[in-house]
Every structure is written in C-alpha cells, then in structure tokens.
Ligand binder design. Structure first.
Ligand SMILES: [Zn+2]
Length: 167
C-alpha cells in the first residue's frame, strides 16, 4: 500500500502517470480517472462531477507556479460559491471560468493545510448509487472546505474582488 502525497488515501502502489499540477500518487490519480469516466458516461452520476473536480484539486496541491496557483485559487473559489453562496455546481464552475477570461488574474500561492480533510476519492469512488455518490461528494466538499478554512477569508476576498459575489 502507498499513501497519496496529496490526500493521504491508502491505495495499492502502482506505476502510472499523474497530473502536472495536482500532485498525487499514481494510484490516486488512476482512481480519480476511473471515477470521472463513470461520472461522464452515466448521466445519473454526472450531477456531482464539477464539485468532485474541485474537491480533488484542493486535496492535491501542485508546485508554486502561475498555472497551479490559478487552478488552486479557482477551485477553492468554486467550492466556496457552492458551499457558502448556494451556487449550483455547474453555475459556480462557469462563473469562475468567465472571471478568468475577463480578468486574467494572477493568484498568490496559498500554503496548503497539512490536514486536507478526512474524506477522499477512496470513499467517494465506492458509492454504489447516484444518490449515495452525491451525498459522498457533498461530504467530501464540506470536509475539504473545512480543511482549507485558514484561507477562507482570502478566497471570499477574491470572490468579491472579481465580482463573483457582491462586496
Ligand atoms: Zn490523493
């Protein structure tokens, strides 16, 4: 077994690719790939896919470079919009993408928390029904946001600065 450097999931060690700016074990990235393939192939599962991407992203911080920092900032902003501002998942992702197109912002790196939350892809990937999966993704999101709470004020500030929510 091998512990994922990002989320801590304990999975059977394997060789394989990982994402350039979401650091993980190969096994964790592979499991996320299988999970997302199911999300996209079965409409009943697709509802939670945008939020699942946000969760996976914030549990797997990358190197300190512009792309990785922007990816982390935007995934946290999307998570915050869903959990604190009652945005629909797809609406949050679309709003954040539009903000990037409009402002071309550069984000500072946020120091990732040591504890990234107790729910991981390992829990979510084994859900047997669309309802169970949605519930797990919701718990995953809440657990991730809780883990990132030292930076929550910065994320809310960005949401106001880039006019995603009212000041
Ligand atoms: Zn992981």
């Amino acid at each position: 077994m091998e512990s994922c450097v990002g989320c801590g999931a304990e999975l059977m060690a394997m060789e394989g690719p990982t994402h350039p700016f979401m650091r993980s074990s190969a096994a964790c990235w592979n499991l996320f790939g299988i999970f997302m393939a199911k999300e996209y192939s079965e409409p009943a599962y697709r509802e939670s896919s945008a939020l699942a991407v946000d969760c996976y992203a914030v549990q797997h911080p990358g190197p300190d470079n512009r792309r990785a920092n922007q990816w982390m900032a935007t995934r946290l902003m999307s998570l915050c919009l869903v959990l604190e501002y009652s945005f629909e998942q797809n609406q949050a992702s679309a709003a954040v993408s539009e903000m990037i197109r409009q402002f071309h912002p550069v984000f500072d790196r946020l120091q990732p928390p040591a504890d990234r939350g107790h729910v991981t892809i390992q829990n979510v990937a084994v859900a047997q029904t669309p309802v169970a999966q949605r519930q797990w993704v919701q718990q995953w999101a809440e657990s991730c946001w809780q883990a990132w709470r030292p930076h929550a004020d910065q994320v809310r500030h960005w949401l106001r600065e880039y006019k995603l929510v009212r000041a």
